[in-house]
Write a protein that binds this ligand. Structure first.
Ligand code: ADP
Length: 583
């Protein structure tokens, strides 16, 4: 994790990890897995029985079978066809279910792991990588487990069973049956190498078309206003042409490839018929055996084609699975520090983002237990960075940020999330009831406590909700505006009842008139907690116990409002400038 070249990147699972993951999925659902494989084997067996029995009938007629015996075996042949259909259908259905269950498990453990990752790790990995894994890759793995995997398994099992059947009929002819194998192996390897990039390029070209069309449609007014129709049309046409080029690539590949695939079953068919014929004349094999094995070779067509077709999807699904499983290889950060008390201290803190320059330069700040400290300063001074360090999202480069004497970034997340809460302007409203949205912070809180928390943040809109706490929130249900979402987030803080609350512009979305009111109510509710409020609006500063002015990554001034005004320094000039604007 500390290797600089890998710094931040989410890992990708290697072969051993993938094998482990597949093994885990199989073992967890072993009864169903064994059942599905048994069904596939039986279905393939029933399919292979047909040519074998036909061979028996041919030889039987030659050796004087009675008509009723021939009828019996022919009846069995028909039964085999029906049995194969039924078994395969059942096997497919169970196989898809098994795959879906496995995919769900994988998805759940992926999400659980991602949610346990510290925010700083997620941010360093880049939300793009994580988003691709969460949406595209997880979907591709589900497709692999529910469809491509079972189809591939059906194909491979059928190939094996047909081969075994050929050897059972006649080991000599079985050897001839294998003459298709080299063509199959060569074709499969080549296809695997050539097909994946071609399919990937086709998909990329397809999403480019979608992007261009969406952009043109979304910006249609601009397009019309600037008379860009021709240009946008040409762009769309160029993309479509590039996509067509990719499609031609696929067709070219398949044009070469399919005849090669045909060789896998045509070669042994010809070899078995010709060589088998000669061997029959020599008395080494019977006509029935030659016919049976020749027919078995012709049955290769289906499974060869099926497994080849799934091959590139199988490979791409495997690559997606390696990325999904990769998150489990993230080393767990060892966070075992135990805070003794609730005092927050920043001492000589130096910090910079990634490889960037320092944005905090030896900063020290000691919020007192239970005080309301307001941090002010110009934009870009480092206020939010201080908030992130106190919340344990980032680690200082040097110096220390501690909670009750323990480095905050070493306190286990489950402990930290209960004791220190950072509220920013980004508020997420989950698609769930209002009650569920609030209970996230305090699962045991009853309705009375939830209503009390909402009243504390002056969320009067709750009274107008159609179903009170049972109202479904979220874009498709009852949408909340920014101010309401902020009040919801603040109500959660009250319910969570932490020792330390960091409010980073937390009331910025609420209109200035009621923001003051919300802050006053919040301050009353959080009485006794350490509140560190980061503010652009200086009105919050006036009532603070203490004010810290941050400039260029350092504390420029610290003290009470009246004191700092009297001192006539950085705070005084900020204050008068703000008053001037506000007046
Ligand atoms: P403030 O909250 O006082 O406006 P910040 O703490 O957000 O200031 O930013 C302090 C400095 O750190 C700024 O120079 C800003 O550009 C930089 N910074 C903030 N966030 C990041 C980030 N995620 N990556 C790189 N630089 C950042």
């Amino acid at each position: 994790m500390s290797a600089p070249e890998n710094a931040g990147r989410l890992p990708v699972a290697d072969r051993a990890a993938m094998f482990g993951a597949v093994k885990r999925l199989v073992v967890e659902d072993r009864a169903a897995f064994a059942g599905v494989v048994a069904l596939y084997v039986l279905a393939a067996g029933a399919g292979a029985a047909l040519p074998v029995m036909l061979g028996d009938v041919i030889d039987g007629i030659g050796t004087g079978w009675t008509a009723s015996r021939v009828d019996l075996v022919c009846g069995a042949i028909v039964a085999c066809v029906v049995v194969q259909l039924v078994l395969l259908r059942t096997g497919r259905r169970l196989g898809y279910r098994l795959g879906e269950r496995a995919a769900a498990k994988l998805r759940e453990s992926f999400i659980a792991r991602v949610l346990r990752l510290p925010l700083g790790t997620v941010e360093r990995a880049g939300t793009g990588d994580l988003a691709t894994r969460t949406s595209g890759d997880v979907g591709a793995v589900a497709e692999l487990l529910r469809k491509t995997g079972p189809e591939m398994a059906i194909g491979v099992i059928e190939l094996v069973v047909l081969t075994v059947a050929a050897f059972v009929v006649s080991p000599l002819l079985g050897l001839l049956f294998l003459t298709g194998a080299p063509a199959f192996i060569i074709a499969a390897r080549r296809y695997l190498r050539l097909a994946s990039p071609v399919f990937l390029a086709e998909r990329a070209a397809m999403s480019e078309i979608a992007e261009t069309l969406t952009a043109s449609a979304a910006g249609s007014q601009t397009v019309t206003a600037y008379r860009m129709q021709g240009e946008r049309g040409a762009a769309g046409y160029a993309r479509a042409e590039s996509h067509m080029g990719r499609l031609k690539g696929i067709i070219r590949l398949q044009t070469w490839f399919f005849p090669a695939t045909d060789l896998t079953f045509l070669t042994p068919a010809v070899v078995v018929t010709v060589v088998g014929g000669v061997w029959f004349l020599d008395g080494w094999v019977t006509v029935g055996q030659v016919v049976a094995v020749a027919m078995l070779t012709l049955r290769l067509d289906g499974p060869v084609f099926r497994s080849m077709m799934s091959l590139s999807e199988f490979q791409m699904g495997g690559a997606a699975m390696a990325r999904v499983e990769g998150v489990h290889l993230m080393p767990d950060e060892v966070r075992a520090a135990v805070p003794e008390g609730a005092e927050v201290r920043l001492d000589g803190v130096t910090f910079g983002y990634g490889d960037g320059p320092d944005v905090l330069h030896g900063l020290s700040l000691h919020p007192r237990r239970g005080e309301r400290l307001v941090v002010v300063g110009p934009s870009g001074a480092g206020k939010s960075t201080i908030a992130r360090l106190i919340a344990g999202i980032d680690r200082p480069r040097s110096g220390s940020v501690t909670l009750g004497g323990a480095p905050v970034a070493d306190v286990p997340l489950e402990v930290l999330r209960r004791r220190v809460i950072l509220v920013t302007q980004e508020h997420y409203v989950f698609t769930a009831t209002l009650r569920e949205n609030l209970n996230l912070a305090a699962p045991e809180a009853g309705d009375a406590a939830l209503y009390a928390a909402l009243a504390t943040v002056d969320a009067r809109w709750v009274a107008d909700l159609p179903a009170g706490l049972d109202t479904m929130l979220g874009e498709e249900h009852h949408g909340l505006n920014l101010a309401e979402a902020q009040q919801l987030a603040l109500a959660r803080v009250i319910l969570a009842d932490p020792d330390v609350v960091i409010l980073d512009e937390a009331t910025a979305g609420i209109d200035p008139g009621s923001a003051g009111n919300v802050e006053a109510l919040l301050a009353a509710a959080l009485d006794g907690r350490t509140v560190i409020a980061i503010a652009h609006q200086l009105q919050a500063a006036e009532s603070a116990d203490r004010i810290a002015v941050v400039r260029e990554g350092r504390i420029a001034e610290e003290g009470a409002h009246a004191e700092l005004l009297a001192a006539g320094g950085a705070y005084a000039s900020l204050w008068w400038a703000w008053k001037g604007v506000a007046a």
